[in-house]
Design a protein around this ligand. Structure first.
Ligand code: ADP
Ligand code: ZN
Length: 657
């Protein structure tokens, strides 16, 4: 708020006037009320859930009521500039203190802080606990001008979290020294162990906990079988996401380089990012990703921590991550703005083999490796699943998926039959899925399932016979050749055409058998020995399958779901962002002109375009064809400061067409 004159400022009025949003999202309202009133809170909300407003609005409300400064502790120094810039755009007095400032700039911020000229101050944890900063806080405290502490990325306090920062441990000083000052800790980490650790380490036992669902309903999950991954990816981008910003994750630096080149050759605006690149190049690519539109970042997992670009339209995995935690975190970077987004992954037998090898060859202890294998298996069964991916993902994090309210019951029996039972979907093979989230590949296109038990037994028994014959060290390719009756050089060399299973599985395609092998590995009925050229080995679990006691059901891979996916309505040639696809011709022209204007403003302000206005806001303006300032009022994302700063310019752009 520009002044503390509006003593009556309510959370709802600040949401409307400062941020230009019509309503709170999910639990935001309850959190904001609680914290504005001086309560402590622990907020667990998925990425994109809208955590920032949970402390920004209380900070403004409390400042208006005369409580003074809110300190936001965040480890993400690289983001502070843009976060503070976004608050400035909304007319909020904010600043940051971190190592990117020189001495003069630092002192200037400190002076403003002590003068009461800052509502929100962002600072790195190591800064907050310095004697200098503490003495400044002391001085504010004495004058009753220390309003609130917000501890962002609170999982950094826990060694169980994926991003432990020892400096976070020292943050107990906030509680001990400034006992009366409310604290709000926030994290997107979904796992229970980390949560408990946060409460203990930050002494938040008394804090009210706000736990949101970790579902990301706007993200569509799709997992396809890996055939020619780069071509599959290219097709996916061209069909679904031409012109969109996205992230493509690959396992190795080399793959990153290759894929980035291939995409660029095909006309996609792709850049590589991995730890092997020069720091300056990395920075440049990250800046371009944030600042420009429609960049596809091809990266290793080194990329992404703290990227809060809201309009990432897809996250693709060309290789399988290590576990579901990683997968969920990485895919969570898509669609933070709530608009439709895709999480798309290709995976194949080689992924399974590679991940196993990495675990086997790691120097970790056997116990740790066992945990890692278990986590990998959970991801494998997600990939092999023929039922709802969302149910499985949330189930992994201990959450039961509550499907969206079913449509109103159909009126006639015929209509009921045609519509199916709400909350259930019938697959082509007749099996019933309990839930249909309506937004994952398996719910949209229930895959055909086939009984692979016979094929599985034949594969296992081929391996058994090969070993019985005294020859070891054969991988998947050779075993499949024997079963399919192919007289390759290797088969003849080892006399494997004489085995009783030779040619016994001629009716199975190689794709089918690969699927069976993956499934066998996923259920532990087969092992890959990475130290011995990926040799296949029987396990204790093989027995049950061999004896026919365990059935092996597999998804039919007729074609990749992305090929069957009904395209979301959009023209890939014009490459309109999702927000603008439903606009008519004249509105599309306004949208394009507004985007060009926004790019100009963003450049002048040295901020990403979305900080000025989101795509959705530009689309709403384009649709309304405003001719007066009053026409702009009430459009989501236009607060009073932005209306004042940009209203006339926006009208000018719209009128010029
Ligand atoms: P998180 O930190 O939880 O990942 P953010 O605070 O960055 O999420 O919010 C994600 C996006 O959602 C931002 O672009 C933000 O402007 C938008 N947003 C948050 N709350 C609302 C709301 N109540 N109405 C509209 N948009 C919102
Ligand atoms: Zn589903």
């Amino acid at each position: 708020m520009t002044s503390s004159s509006s003593l009556t400022a309510s959370p709802a009025s600040i949401l409307h006037e400062v941020f230009g949003y019509a309503r709170f999202r999910g639990p935001q309202e309850a959190i904001v009320e609680h914290v504005s009133g001086g309560g402590d809170a622990l907020v667990l909300m998925p990425t994109g859930g809208g955590k920032s407003l949970c402390y920004q609005i209380p900070a403004i409300v409390r400042e208006c009521r005369g409580h003074g400064l809110t300190v936001v502790v965040s480890p993400l120094i690289a983001l502070m500039h843009d976060q503070v810039g976004a608050l400035h755009e909304a007319g909020v007095k904010a600043a940051f203190l971190n190592s990117t400032l020189d001495w003069n700039e630092t002192q200037e911020v400190e002076r403003r802080m002590l003068r009461g000229d800052i509502t929100l101050l962002y600072a790195a944890p190591e800064r907050v606990t310095t004697p200098r900063f503490i003495s400044q806080l002391d001085s504010l405290m004495e004058r009753g001008k220390l309003s609130l502490f917000a501890i962002d990325e609170a999982h950094c306090v826990s060694q169980w979290g994926h991003d432990f920062r020892p400096e976070y441990r020292a943050l107990t000083v906030l509680h001990e020294r400034y006992a009366g000052v409310p604290r709000i800790a926030l994290t997107a980490t979904a796992d229970a162990l980390t949560r408990a650790d946060i409460v203990e380490r930050l002494q938040l036992e008394e804090a009210k906990q706000f736990v949101s669902s970790f579902d990301r309903p706007n993200i569509r999950y799709t997992i396809v079988e890996k055939k020619e991954p780069t071509t599959q990816l290219l097709r996916f981008i061209e069909r679904e996401h031409a012109g969109d910003a996205g992230v493509v994750y690959c396992q190795s630096r080399k793959r990153v380089e290759e894929v980035a080149l291939t995409l660029a050759d095909a006309g996609v605006n792709a850049l590589p990012y991995h730890a092997g690149l020069d720091a300056a190049v990395r920075q440049k690519h990250q800046d371009r990703f944030l600042r420009e539109e429609g960049i596809v970042m091809v990266a290793t997992i080194a990329f992404g921590m703290g990227i809060d670009k809201p309009d990432v339209r897809f996250v693709a995995h060309l290789d399988m991550p290590k576990n579901i935690e990683g997968y969920y975190q990485e895919t969570g970077r898509a669609g933070r703005d709530g608009a439709p987004a895709d999480a798309w992954m290709t995976y194949g037998l080689q992924d399974v083999v590679n991940q196993r090898r990495m675990i086997d060859e790691s120097p970790a202890g056997e116990d740790f490796k066992q945990v890692m294998r278990g986590k990998l298996d959970a991801l494998l069964s997600l990939a092999e699943a023929s039922d709802c991916r969302r149910v499985r993902l949330l189930g992994y994090f201990g959450e039961r998926y509550a499907p969206p309210a079913p449509p109103a019951p159909p009126v006639s029996i015929e209509a009921a039959e045609a519509a199916g039972t709400p909350g259930q979907a019938l697959s082509e093979s007749g099996s019933i899925f309990r839930f249909s989230c309506g937004n994952c590949d398996n719910c949209l296109f229930p895959p055909q399932v086939w009984d692979g038990t016979d094929a599985a037994r034949k594969l296992l028994s081929t391996i058994y016979r090969v070993h019985q014959q005294g020859s070891f060290g054969f991988g998947a390719g050779h075993i499949m050749d024997i079963l399919r009756g192919k007289t390759t050089e290797k088969v003849t060399q080892f006399g494997h055409q004489a085995l009783s299973t030779f040619g016994l599985g001629a009716e199975f395609s190689e794709t089918q058998l690969r699927g069976v092998l993956r499934q066998l590995i996923a259920i532990g009925a087969l092992e890959v020995d990475a130290q011995a050229y990926n040799t296949l080995r029987l396990t204790e679990g093989s027995r049950a399958v061999l004896r026919g006691e365990q059935t092996v059901m597999l998804r039919q891979s007729v074609s990749t779901p992305s090929e069957r996916k009904p395209k979301r309505e959009r023209s890939s040639r014009t490459a309109l962002p999702a927000a603008a696809v439903s606009l008519d011709g004249a509105a599309q022209a306004r949208f394009a002109a507004l985007k060009a204007w926004r790019a100009e403003v963003a450049r002048e302000h040295n901020l990403p375009a979305y900080v000025i206005f989101h795509d959705a806001t530009l689309a709403a303006i384009s649709e309304r064809a405003p001719s007066t300032l009053a026409d702009l009022q009430g459009i989501s994302g236009i607060g009073s400061k932005k209306l004042e700063a940009y209203g006339e310019a926006v009208l000018g752009v719209c009128r010029s067409l």
